[in-house]
Design a protein around this ligand. Structure first.
Ligand SMILES: NC(=O)c1ccc[n+]([C@@H]2O[C@H](COP(=O)([O-])OP(=O)(O)OC[C@H]3O[C@@H](n4cnc5c(N)ncnc54)[C@H](OP(=O)(O)O)[C@@H]3O)[C@@H](O)[C@H]2O)c1
Length: 390
């Protein structure tokens, strides 16, 4: 019997502090919750603001014994300690060793590839679920595609051929996210669409869109979306995992993703931002400027900005013979904070009801690990997630 059901590692960070409050407010009364981090005094201050009893566990990623003890004292561990390529390995390693279900909010696909290589097979066999990408990247596109695949099957009794999504959003930017982005600029695997594929996966590769163009389906000007390298790889992994377990999304399944605007000028400015930011961050001067003037680790947008934020994905799923269904996945609140926190914490609640069953684990995606259970929880938590027909 472990002392805690659900533990949040990184509770003192910008996202972590919000997640701690979400857990305190929404966790069922009988769930034993703990907050973990490297500073006991900061943890105590946050615990006092929680309004319910929560445990405190001091752990530091550079002290393996503390990580080991932390991972063994809970059934489910959520981590907001990033950049994950820098701090994540000992935590995931310990969770696999102790058969503790794990979820995080990384978007660092090359790091997750290395986690897959190290742990997927062992996690499958032992039944522990490792669920990276449980924040805004990539729960909405991953679970949204899963929902559309099920809807096409139910309505037309065939597999889906392709899903297109169009996202609009407004929000702020965290120092932790900037630190992770700076750690990724030289990672060539970030652009590899197959970076998360399962062995033998042979779905067609969809080149990301590269310019601004009018999209008649969405009645908007679409532009390349900066999240697509992550989201598309996660959706491909879901399709591959489902395929390996019996029924995939469809033998020729393709996923297209864009953002944009009704205004051509705004779509062009989004495009310029995406194509301009990579060379800027690759230059040492650009990196210096980002560190000097961007948010530092621990910082993020104001409460007002986070409350005013929103996102909305629209989906169109098509069959090979041209029949289609539409869907939406959206919510109020800053995607990188309010939405990420809701996705992560609801993933954590869902994992607390999952037994460690040999054969049913692995390094998974949100859609494959939790599917309907997570979707229903997010709907209940206020997200607008539904199939809207055509
Ligand atoms: N998926 C998404 O949409 C999404 C959204 C937001 C953030 N993120 C990712 O989430 C991560 C955190 O972001 P954030 O904005 O919350 O960052 P942050 O405010 O800088 O928080 C980082 C956390 O890591 C902790 N930490 C740093 N080094 C540690 C160590 N050696 N041992 C233990 N803890 C350590 C910090 O502890 P102290 O408080 O003691 O410094 C802090 O709690 C980043 O990787 C970011 O990219 C993803």
């Amino acid at each position: 019997m472990r002392p805690y059901d659900l533990l949040l590692y990184g509770a003192t960070g910008f996202t972590g502090r919000q997640a701690a409050l979400y857990l305190a407010k929404h966790a069922p009364a009988d769930l034993k919750v703990a907050l973990a981090g490297r500073s006991e005094s900061k943890l105590k201050a946050i615990a006092e603001s929680c309004g319910r009893p929560v445990g405190i566990v001091v752990a530091d990623s550079s002290h393996p014994d503390s990580i080991d003890a932390m991972s063994a004292c809970t059934r489910v561990l959520l981590s907001t300690v990033g950049p994950y390529a820098q701090y994540g390995d000992p935590v995931v390693d310990a969770c696999v060793r102790h058969q503790t279900h794990y979820a995080d909010i990384t978007g660092e696909t090359p790091w997750v590839r290395r986690v897959i290589e190290r742990h997927h097979q062992q996690a499958v066999e032992s039944g522990v679920r490792i669920v990276p990408f449980s924040g805004f990247d990539s729960v909405p596109p991953d679970l949204g595609c899963w929902m559309m695949v099920q809807a096409i099957r139910e309505r037309y009794q065939v597999d889906v051929a392709e899903i297109s999504s169009y996202c609009v959003l407004s929000g702020g930017f965290n120092g932790g996210t900037l630190a992770s982005a700076l750690g990724l600029v030289d990672e060539t695997e970030m652009e590899n669409p197959k970076v998360l594929d399962v062995p033998g996966q042979s779905l067609p590769v969809v080149p990301p869109i590269s310019r601004v163009s009018w999209n008649d389906d969405f009645k908007a000007w679409t532009a390349p979306f900066f999240m697509t390298p992550v989201n598309a790889a996660v959706v491909r992994r879901s399709a591959g995992l489902f395929s390996a377990s019996g029924r995939g999304y469809g033998p020729q399944f393709r996923y297209h993703e864009a953002w944009g605007s009704r205004s051509r000028l705004k779509a062009l400015s989004l495009w310029l931002g995406v194509i301009g930011s990579t060379p800027i961050l690759k230059s040492s001067a650009g990196r210096w400027l980002a560190r000097r003037f961007g948010p530092a680790p621990g910082e993020g947008p104001s409460e007002a900005t986070m409350d005013a934020g929103y996102f909305r994905y629209q989906f169109i799923a098509k069959t090979e013979d041209g029949r289609s269904l539409r869907g939406v996945f959206g919510d109020k609140g800053d995607p990188g904070n309010r939405v990420t926190v809701k996705c992560l914490c609801e993933t954590g609640f869902a994992l607390t009801s999952v037994e460690v069953t040999p054969g049913a684990g692995g390094v998974l995606t949100p859609a494959f690990a939790l599917g309907k259970e997570l979707l229903t929880r997010l709907q209940t938590a206020g997200m607008d997630i539904r199939v809207t027909d055509s």
